[in-house]
Write a protein that binds this ligand. Structure first.
Ligand code: PLP
Length: 451
C-alpha cells in the first residue's frame, strides 16, 4: 500500500523513499491505510501542536470556506483576518502588534527581511541593506531566506543566485569553546555580532535575524540567557533591526508563546509559522510594531511583498481557531508543564551508544548523535546516520525529524522531537522505548554495512 516515485503522478519530496499512505490522525497518532499506527513525535515538521483530528479547527475552516473562501488582501478585509491578527497581536512580544499573514515560513521570512530594508529606506537611511545571520541556522528555502540560512548543503547548487548575507557563528553550547558557561565565548556572548556590525559599518546593516532557540539546524540549542539581552543592546546601539525567527520555536513550542519571551527581551519584528495554524492550513505571519509600520504608511505606502494568498480567509480562520483552542485548553501552559517531564524521560537516552547530547526546552528536543561520545566526533556524512535512524524509527512506529550537517557544515546527525502539546506521559515513555529500539536497529545495520 505504500507509495513512492515513480508509482503515481506525485512528484514526491524524496525520490528514493517509499511513503506510508496516511489515512487518519488522532491526538499524537497517525494511521496508515494498512492500519499501522505511528506515534508522531515531531508533529510532522514541528507543526501539529494541537494533535491530529481536532474537529473545532476543521469546522471553523469549513464555516469560513462556506461564507467567503477567498478575497484578495489588496481589495478587501474580513473577520477571519481581524480575529487572527487581534489574537496574535495580544500574544506577540513587546510592542509588536501589526500582523501580516502569509502562507509559509520562507515567504514570511522573505517579507520580514524586505520589511527591514524598506523601513530603512523609508526612514531615510537608504545605505542600510546588509543582513547578519547565524550559522548554523535555517530560515527557509526561497532564495532570500536561503541566503540568510547557514545550511551549506541546501545552498551549494544555487550559490550564484543567492545574495551575500553576513554570517556569524551561532551560540551552540555542545560544540562551542565555552560550552554555554561563563565566561562566554564570542558566539555565546554575541560579541561576534558586535564585531560584524563594526566590520560592515552600522550605516550599512539593516537587520540581524536569529532563531531565539535553535531549530533543527543546531538541534534545539538554547543560548545563554544573557545572549539576547546583549543582542538587543547591540542592535539598539547601531539602529539594526532584530528579527526573531519564531517559525519553528514559536507558537508555544518551548513553553512560552514566543521563544524569545524566555530571554526577557523583545525583537523589532517576529515571524511565526508552523504551529500558528497547527497544520490545519498553510499559514505564517510577520508581526511588527506600529512604530515600524507607520514609517511605511508615511513612506512607500505598502510592504512590497504582494502575494495572492496573503491574508487568506480560510487560513486565517484556521489560525484564529488554533489560537483560541490553545488559549481555552491552556495548551501552552501544558507544554511548559510537560517540558520538564519530557526532558527528564529523554535524559535516559544519554546513556545509549552514540547519543552525544539531548537538549532543548518545552516540548522541543534535539538528540545529537556522535561517533565518539568522548571527543564528540561526528559520524562521517557518508554514514547517513540520521537518515538511517529516522527510517528505523518509522519502522518502529515513531516519527522523528532527522537533520544533518550541524557539526561542521557537512557532518553531524540529529533526531528532533516536537510532539503535540497534548502528549501524555505514557506516550512520552513510548517515544523513549521506540527511540531506543530504532537506535539499536540503526547501529546493528551500520555494523552490518561496515563488516
Ligand atoms: N524558519 C525556520 C526556523 C524554520 O525551521 C523553517 C522551516 O523549517 C522556516 C523558517 C521556513 O518555513 P517553511 O518551511 O514553512 O517555508
Amino acid at each position: 500500500m505504500d507509495r513512492g516515485y515513480p508509482d503515481t503522478h506525485v512528484f514526491f519530496r524524496k525520490l528514493t523513499t517509499r511513503y506510508p499512505l496516511v489515512v487518519r490522525g488522532e491526538g499524537c497518532w497517525l494511521y496508515d491505510a494498512e492500519g499501522r499506527a505511528y506515534l508522531d513525535a515531531c508533529g510532522g515538521a514541528f507543526v501539529s501542536s494541537l494533535g491530529h483530528g481536532v474537529a473545532q479547527i476543521a469546522d471553523a475552516m469549513a464555516d469560513q470556506a462556506r461564507r467567503v473562501a477567498y478575497v484578495s488582501g489588496a481589495a478587501m478585509t474580513h473577520d477571519a483576518v481581524e480575529d487572527f491578527a487581534g489574537q496574535l497581536a495580544a500574544l506577540a512580544p513587546g510592542d509588536l502588534d501589526k500582523v501580516y499573514p502569509l502562507s509559509s515560513g520562507s515567504d514570511a521570512i522573505e517579507a520580514s527581511l524586505k520589511l527591514a530594508r524598506q523601513y530603512c529606506v523609508d526612514a531615510g537611511r537608504p545605505t542600510k541593506h546588509k543582513i547578519i545571520a547565524l550559522t548554523p541556522a535555517y530560515h527557509g528555502n526561497t532564495l532570500l531566506a536561503l541566503s540568510a540560512s547557514g545550511r551549506d548543503h541546501y545552498k551549494t547548487l544555487f550559490r550564484d543566485w543567492l545574495i551575500d548575507v553576513v554570517q556569524i557563528p551561532a551560540p551552540y553550547p555542545y560544540r562551542c569553546e565555552c560550552g554555554g558557561s561563563a565566561p562566554h565565548c564570542d558566539a555565546c556572548s554575541a560579541e561576534h555580532l558586535a564585531a560584524a556590525i563594526d566590520r560592515e559599518g552600522a550605516e550599512n546593516v539593516a537587520a540581524f535575524i536569529a532563531e531565539p532557540i535553535g531549530g533543527s539546524s543546531t538541534g534545539a540549542s538554547v543560548p545563554p540567557v544573557e545572549y539576547f539581552r546583549r543582542v538587543r543592546e547591540i542592535c539598539d546601539e547601531h539602529e539594526v533591526l532584530f528579527i526573531a525567527d519564531e517559525v519553528l520555536v514559536g507558537a508555544g513550542r518551548t513553553g512560552s508563546w514566543s521563544a524569545i519571551d524566555g530571554f526577557g527581551v523583545a525583537p523589532d519584528i517576529a515571524v511565526y509559522g508552523k504551529g500558528i495554524a497547527a497544520g490545519f492550513a498553510p499559514l505564517a505571519a510577520v508581526v511588527a510594531p506600529q512604530r515600524i509600520v507607520d514609517v511605511l504608511a508615511h513612506g512607500s505606502g505598502a510592504l512590497v511583498h504582494a502575494q495572492t494568498y496573503s491574508h487568506h480567509p480560510v487560513s486565517c480562520a484556521a489560525g484564529a481557531a488554533t489560537l483560541r483552542y490553545l488559549r481555552e485548553r491552556k495548551l501552552v501552559e501544558r507544554c511548559a508543564a510537560m517540558g520538564p517531564v519530557f526532558h527528564r524521560k529523554l535524559a535516559a537516552l544519554c546513556s545509549l551508544p552514540h547519543v552525544g547530547d539531548v537538549r532543548g526546552r518545552g516540548l522541543l528536543a534535539g538528540v545529537e548523535f556522535v561517533e565518539d561520545k568522548e571527543t564528540r566526533l561526528p559520524f562521517p556524512r557518508s554514514a547517513h546516520f540520521a537518515e538511517s535512524f529516522a527510517a528505523a524509527a518509522l519502522d518502529a512506529g515513531l516519527i522523528v525529524w532527522p537533520n544533518v550537517g550541524q557539526a561542521n557544515g557537512v557532518d553531524g546527525d540529529l533526531a528532533m522531537l516536537a510532539p503535540p502539546f497534548v502528549i501524555e506521559e505514557s506516550e512520552i515513555d513510548a517515544v523513549v522505548t521506540r527511540f531506543a529500539e530504532a537506535l539499536d536497529v540503526t547501529i546493528r545495520q551500520m555494523g552490518a554495512r561496515t563488516v
